[in-house]
Every structure is written in C-alpha cells, then in structure tokens.
Design a protein. Sequence first.
Length: 751
Amino acid sequence: MNQHKAATQPTIDLTACDREPIHIVGSVQPHGFLLALDARERTIVQASANAPAGARVGTRLEATFPELDALVRRYLDGDAIQDGATYLRTVTLGPDTARQAYEVAAHRVDDLVVLELEETDDASGDAGLDALTPRLRAFVERLHSARSVPDLCQLLAENIRHVTNFDRALVYRFDRDWHGTVLAEDGNGALPSYLDLRFPASDIPAQARELYRRNRLRIIPDAGYAPVPIHPARTPAGKPLDLSQSVLRSVSPVHVEYMRNMGTMASMSVSILVDGALWGLVSCHNHDPKRVPLQARNACDFLTQIFALQLSAKVRGEQAEQRLALGQVQAKLLAYMAEEESFVDGLLNHPDDVLGLVDASGAAVVTTDRCRLLGQTPPEREVRALYEWLSERGEAEDVFATDALSEMFPRAEGFTDRASGLLAISISKRFASYVLWFRPEVVRTVRWGGNPVKAARPDPEGGPDRLHPRKSFEIWKETVKGRSLSWSVPEVEAAMDLRASVLGIVLRRAEELAAMSEELQRSNKELEAFSYSVSHDLRAPFRHIVGYSNLLKTREGVNLSDKGRHYVETIIEAAFSAGTLVDNLLTFSQMGRHSLNKVNGELNALVEEVRRKVLRDVTPDRTVRWEIGPLGRVHADPVMLRLVIENLLSNAVKYTRGQPEAVIEVGRLPPQDGEAVFFVRDNGVGFDMAYVEKLFGVFQRLHRVEEFEGTGIGLANVRRIVERHGGRTWAEGEPGRGATFTFTLPLREEA
C-alpha cells in the first residue's frame, strides 16, 4: 500500500501517446485479413499481407471472390449505410482441403469500401446468435428491477462475461478528468479483482478515447500477435487508410505491453455512450489468448446499448425528481422575494431555503457595498476577496461552479473546511453582485490500480518518444483533500433559474421605478411651473405693500400715533421678509428650468468677489478672519456656482455673529472617487448632527428666526445646484463648535 496527497500530480506527460496516430497504423491483427475496394468499380486497391493469393491490388473483386462481390453490391445498394462496421454474413473461402469460415464486415472510408474477413469456427454464423437470444431477453427483463446505477453496471458485467466467457469483465466509468473507476466486476478468479479501483487518464490517451467513442467494439484475441501490414501503405488519394471503424485494426505497442503487464493476453472493450458522449467502457480480459465471434461481440454491443438507454433513463429520472424537489424550494424563494421591498431581504429572511436550494452549508449575498452571510461560510474578508476574484475573471460568467475551489483560487486553501466547493450566480448585468453557495471539504481515500504518478517510464534504448506503460498494478491509496461533493446538474440549473427569477424581479421593479420617476418628473415640472408663476406674481404686490407703507410712514407719519407708526413699521418688515422669501422661492424654481452654461474659471477669484459683497452687510464692530486656501480651476456654470458660494459664505458670516472673532475657512481637499472636494468651515453656533438631514431641505431651519434671519431655502439651492453639476453635498457640525459644509464637482470636467 502507498499513501499520497491529492495535490501531487503526475510528473510524466504522455504526450507521445497522445500524439500517436493509432487510427492510421497501417496494419491489422492476423486473425483475419482486410481488403480496401474502390466503391464504384469494386477493384482491390489495398490488401493486408495475409490476404489470399488471389486478392491482388488492381483485381476486381468479382473475378476472385464473386460471393464477396455480391455481398458488397447489396451493402452499397442498401437504403442507409450505418456509421461503423456492418456485419454482412459468414462465408467460407479457400480450397476444399483448407476451407476457412470468415465473418465478413464492411464500412466506408471516403470513396472506399473496407472489407474485413475475420476467422471463425462457426461456418453458419447463425447458431451463436440463436443461443444468445434467451440471454438477451432475460437481460432486458432484469434491467427494470435494477434500483441503482451500480446495480445496472453489475448486471451488465455479469451478462457480458457470460456471453464472451472471458476470465473477467469490468464496467469502468470516466470522471470529469478522464480518470476511470471500476463500478462493477464479474470474474472466475483467474485474474485479480479491480473492483472500486481507479485508473489514471494516462492509461487511455485522448485519441484512444475518441476512437472508443467512434468505434464501440474492439477485440485483441492475442496480445502476442505480430502486426500484418497493409499494402500499399497509402490509398489512391495518397494518404494512409483510416482504420477508425476497423474490427481488425492493429493496436499501439504501448497498449499491448500494458496488457502483458496486467497479466492478460486477450481483451475486448465495448464503449458505453450516453447521449453521444463517452460515459465509460466494458472492459473484458482473459489470462490466455481467446477469440470471441463477431456475432457474440455484436450481442455485447447490443447489451451495452440497451444498458446505456436504461442508464440514461435512470439518471434522467433521478435528476427529474431532484429538479421537482428543488423547484418547490425555488417557488417559495420566489414568493418570499416578491413580497419584500428588496429581493435580498426575501433571501436573507429564509436562510434554510436558500441553503436547501442547492444543498449547501453556507451562502453569501455580496454587492459592492454589502456582504451578508448565511450558515457556515468563510470570514467576511475572505468572501469579499472571493467576490473580487469572481468580478475580475476574464470572461463574464452568469454561473460558476467548482468542487475544488482551491485549485483555481489558491487563497481558498485557508478555508477548505467551509468552502472547498463554490456555486456562484451573478445577479446584476450592470453592477458586480453575486449569490454564493459553499460546500465543505470531504476528505476521502481513493484506491488506484497502481501509482498514477509513475504512469510511464521513458525507454532507455528506444529514444525520447518511446514510452513504456507502468508495470505495477498494486493497490495504491490516495488521500483526496480540498474537494467537496460535486454540484449536480439539477442544482446548477436551480441556481440558474433563481438568477433568472432575481433578474426578472429586478427588471419589474426597475420598470415600476421608471414609471414612478416619469410621473414624479411630470409632477415636479408642474410644481416648478406653479412655484414660478406664484412667486413671480407675488413679487409686485409685496413691493407695493413695502412702497406704500414707506410713503405712509414718511408723509403721514406726523399724523399717526405712536401705535400707528408701530403698525406701519411691522407691515413694512413683514412685507419685506415675504418679498425676500418670494425672491428666493423664484430662484429655487428657476434652478430646474435653466440649462447649465459651464465654463472654465478660477474658483479663488469667484470666492474673493463674493467675500467682498458679503462684507458689505457686516457691521464695523465685528471682527472676521478669513482663511482661504488655493482652490484651483473648475468647470461649472459661474452664475449658479456664485449662488452656492454666496449662500455658504453668508451663512458662515451670519452664524458666527456671536463670536468675538469669526473664523471662516474656505479650502480644497484631496480628490475622492474622481471628484474635486471643497469646504466652507466656520466657528459659529454649529448644529446637532441628529438633524443634519433637515439642513438641505426647503423651508427647513435649525435655529429660531428671532435669533438668525433667513427663509430656509439657501442650502436647498446649494444642494440642487451642486447635484445638477453631478456633485454631492454634506455637512458636519457640533453645537457651539462651528460647522463645515462640503460639496464636490466632477474632476473629469475640470479644465
């Protein structure tokens, strides 16, 4: 026994085997002979060296073998010529003293018909098939009682061995990496058991697997045979004869040596194809050389095809049951998501169903700004790193699944106990957002039929391209780590369906928001028009009130009592305040009606101009210290930006009124996320941060009007102007410790 860690990989690459052109070897096995005919003239163009003397190149088939010529004509006249070798019949050839029965098979290669005549002891060719019929019927009946895939495989192994009478029959399944595992075995004890052993992909090179897919049957009656060459070496088209569909094709010397190292002198294989893909093999072995008649081999092929159909039906049935169960979970999640304002809440509030959808132990919903975890997951920082890795992958993947995450994302080696398997779906076309499911590591021991790390050794005398297969098939154990249970097809499909549902909900919500936005824009335009109309129409009446009240005060003041003059002054003050409010309201309503006229300019010059204007209203007894740093150039509408600066500086002067020395600072901070950042800071009365959201609202005030005059529209104007430029506004303050107002402008639009 040997122990091995899963991370170790084979160090010898069998590239020579992978490159070997095993479909054009130019030779056949000696238990039969091959004739290649021109399909139109039925003239022999190639023949194996062991063909009868009359089978000379250039001879018409009817002149030498009229019985074979009749078979070929019927074969060519058939309605449909199947892909692969077709059994024609059994014929007897040769002189009376040495007649030999041959099973005749034919297949097409371009413009050629390839005839293969395989020696047999059954001259009739029918007795074997008749004897096999009851066995075939019993096999079909027993298939329906098999409860699992291993049961099906065992039934196939038993019947194949009974038909062929080999010492051992194995049913061998390929995994995703083309390693093969023996799922079932039937034998007579002459050869060792390989049940549950795994064999490395290097044992069957890629081009050999392709031949297994194209040609379902292969027989090697004697591993000690001497190959028989085909003459001439090339077809009339000037290329080697393609023997992919041949029943006599000679095999690679590496494979023959492999058989001898296994202690087998005869072998047969039947390919198991499910939906056209190579699922596995039936592999039969015998200690001594052994022939199996073509009819018996065809019966094995028939058994295997029936098995493949039943296997496909069983797998599809199991998947259908799983899809049904997962569909019920998905329906509940869909209902939960539809009920919530945010579909994410529908997932987070039902963690058991989220995990049960794909049989995961943990999950995460990750967006650019939030990471929410469910069940057993890696730490949030690791999930965030995984999210970044998924977002940065070269190809856009809607669904990503792996049962060996650490092989693709090495950082995952630190949390294999929680996330060796990952299934992820992207739930946004615009922003990187994912739902992630995790499965923990499942440590298991795999039994290999020999050390896969030493799959082959270079030939010390045969040159660099001559490789020998391994000689040892001693059981060799490997501890597999860093892998989870694989995600099944229905589970991956359930995740894809959930993604489609999420995108559907998001799309519907987006359409609803778009409709609401359209209605809101219409209402805002109507409100702006109303505000503009009202404020415009009220300006003249308030001015008249102020004007006539001042006339009354100056011309008729001597005739009024002290109380009358007080009334007039109150009217003037109230009308003036109302007029100012209307002017500000008119300015606010015009913000959305006028287009921006952006130009490049120095912000320091604009601030200095506004500062001088603001100082005109400052009483001589006040001390104001200005600290204005370099502000640089900006690209903005100068009229509207002036309003921003004017409102901010006026507020700073107003709210520092009670300080012995008012300190007002204007500066620029380092860029943030592509934005230029500016601030106005003062040491005035400040404000409570609990009410910061009220600051930029229309008619919102944090101080009594008796303390500080104002209409409550100035900061609303600031926010609206900045947002129209594509920037942001915010404020920070503390009662009695001053306030800082910050706004941004896009850097990409700077000069």
